[in-house]
Design a protein around this ligand. Structure first.
Ligand code: NAD
Length: 377
C-alpha cells in the first residue's frame, strides 16, 4: 500500500506529516511512500533525505493519489477535491468546529481519521497529536512571552544592581499550560498556575509553580479528565479573582479550553487595563475565541501598554520538533491501521480506530462531529 505525504498548503504551515525517519521505520511494514517534492523543507528535511529513506519524491498528484494520504493542517476544499472515494486521509480535521470539512469528506467517500479524536487513553498516548503539539505550543508560547516582555525572567545580580525575577501566571494547566509552567520555571521566573481541575494543582506544584487555589469553585473535572464548562456565576467569580492576580504579573500565558466550545474568557478588558503597562499576555486559545476579552486571533493588540499576543500556529514555528513528534503520532496510528502484508485493516471494534474515524463509506461516524456538521443521527 502506498502512503502519500503532500506539501502543506496552509499559509505559514512549516510542519510535515511524516519525517524521513518515520518513512524509514514504516518501510519495514510493507508500505511505500510518495512524498511531494519540498514537503519536508519547512521542517529541515530536504527531498534527498526522503529518497535516502526509501520514498519516491515526486509531484503533488503522486502524493495525493496514494491509498493513504497523511497531512498536518485541516484540508482545504481544493485538497478534498483531489481525493477519490475509498481513499484514506489522516490529519487534523477539526471535527468539532469545521462541519463543512466533515461533510465534504463524507460526500467524497473518503475514510478519514481525525488526529484530534484519538481517544485519550493510555494505549493511545503515542498517537496523541493534541498532546504532542500542545507541548510544543506551551514551550514556544513561553519563549515568545519572554522575548516580548522586554525584561529578564530570572533574577539577575549584576554590578549595576539586582533585577527581580519576572512574575508569570499560566491559566489552564493541561498539556500546554504545564509545559509553559515548566519552561518559565527553567527560565527562572516566579510562576503561578491556575486550573479549575483540582488534579492540576498538584501538577502545577510538582513543576515548581504556585497553584492559585480558587477553592470556592468545586472541582470541575468531568468525563475523560477534561474540564466541564463553568456556570456563568462561577465564571464571574473566577474572572474577579484572576483580575486581582493579573495586576501583579509581568506575563500571563493562557491555555484554557473546553473541547468543541468557545474558550472561557478569564481576563476581561478591565482586568487588562489594571495590569502594569509593559506586561504581556500570550493567548493560546485565540483560535477558539481567546481567554482574554481583547484577544484578536493571529494578531497583537496593545491596550494600556499591555501587549496581547494571539499566535495562530505556534507548533509551526518549531517545525522540526513539532513534525518529529507529530510524525511519530501518525506512524503509530498507521501501524494500527495496516495489516502485516501492508494492506488496510480497519478494525472498528478497536476503541482507537472507532474513536478517531471521522468518515467512512459516505457516513459521518463520530457523533459529536455529526452534531457539529448539523447532520441528523
Ligand atoms: N492519554 C491521556 O490519558 C491524556 C492525554 C492528554 C491529556 N489528558 C488529560 O486531558 C485533560 C486536558 O488536557 P489538555 O491539555 O488537552 O486540555 P485542553 O487543551 O483541552 O485545555 C487546557 C486546560 O484548560 C483547563 N480549563 C478549562 N476551562 C478552564 C477555566 N475556565 N479556567 C481555567 N482552566 C480551564 C482544562 O482543565 C485544561 O487543563 C487533562 O486532564 C489531561 O491530563 C489525558
Amino acid at each position: 500500500m502506498r502512503v502519500g505525504v503532500p506539501k502543506e498548503s496552509r499559509e505559514g504551515e512549516r510542519r510535515v506529516a511524516l519525517i524521513p525517519d518515520s518513512v524509514g521505520s514504516l518501510t519495514g511494514e510493507n508500505l511505500d511512500f510518495a512524498v511531494e517534492s519540498g514537503a519536508g523543507e519547512g521542517s529541515g528535511h530536504p527531498d534527498s533525505e526522503y529518497s535516502d529513506a526509501g520514498a519516491s519524491v515526486g509531484s503533488a498528484d503522486d502524493a495525493w493519489g496514494a491509498d493513504v494520504v497523511v497531512k498536518v493542517a485541516v484540508p482545504t476544499t481544493d485538497e478534498i477535491g483531489r481525493l477519490r472515494s475509498g481513499q484514506v486521509l489522516i490529519g487534523h480535521l477539526a471535527p468539532l468546529t469545521s462541519g463543512e470539512t466533515t461533510k465534504a469528506l463524507a460526500n467524497a467517500g473518503v475514510t478519514s481519521f481525525a488526529m484530534e479524536s484519538i481517544p485519550r487513553i493510555t494505549r493511545a498516548q503515542a498517537m496523541d497529536a493534541l498532546s504532542s503539539q500542545a507541548n510544543v505550543a506551551g514551550y514556544a508560547a513561553t519563549l515568545l512571552a519572554a522575548r516580548a516582555a522586554g525584561r529578564f525572567f530570572p533574577m539577575m545580580t549584576t554590578a549595576a544592581g539586582t533585577v527581580a525575577p519576572a512574575r508569570v501566571m499560566i491559566l489552564g494547566a493541561g498539556v500546554a499550560g504545564l509545559q509553559a509552567i515548566a519552561t518559565a520555571k527553567r527560565l527562572g521566573a516566579v510562576v503561578t498556575g491556575f486550573d479549575i481541575r483540582r488534579a492540576a494543582w498538584e501538577q502545577i506544584a510538582s513543576l515548581g509553580g504556585r497553584p492559585l487555589e480558587l477553592d470556592f469553585i468545586p472541582d470541575a473535572e468531568a468525563e475523560g479528565g477534561y474540564a466541564r464548562p463553568l456556570t456563568d456565576e462561577e465564571n464571574e467569580k473566577v474572572r474577579e479573582a484572576l483580575a486581582d492576580a493579573a495586576a501583579k504579573q509581568d506575563v500571563i500565558i493562557t491555555t484554557a479550553q473546553v473541547p468543541g466550545r468557545r474558550a472561557p474568557i478569564l481576563i476581561t478588558a478591565d482586568a487588562v487595563r489594571n495590569m502594569q503597562p509593559g506586561s504581556v499576555i500570550v493567548d493560546l486559545a485565540g483560535d477558539s475565541g481567546g481567554n482574554c476579552e481583547l484577544t484578536q486571533a493571529g494578531e497583537t493588540v496593545v491596550e494600556n501598554g499591555v501587549k496581547i499576543i494571539a499566535p495562530d500556529n505556534l507548533p509551526s514555528d518549531m517545525a522540526a520538533h513539532a513534525s518529529q513528534l507529530y510524525a511519530k503520532n501518525v506512524e503509530n496510528l498507521l501501524k494500527l491501521l495496516v495489516g502485516e502484508e501492508g494492506q488496510l485493516n480497519l478494525d472498528f471494534d478497536d476503541e482507537i480506530v472507532a474513536g478517531a474515524c471521522l468518515t467512512h463509506d459516505g457516513e459521518i461516524r463520530n457523533e459529536r462531529a455529526r452534531e457539529a456538521a448539523g447532520v441528523g443521527a
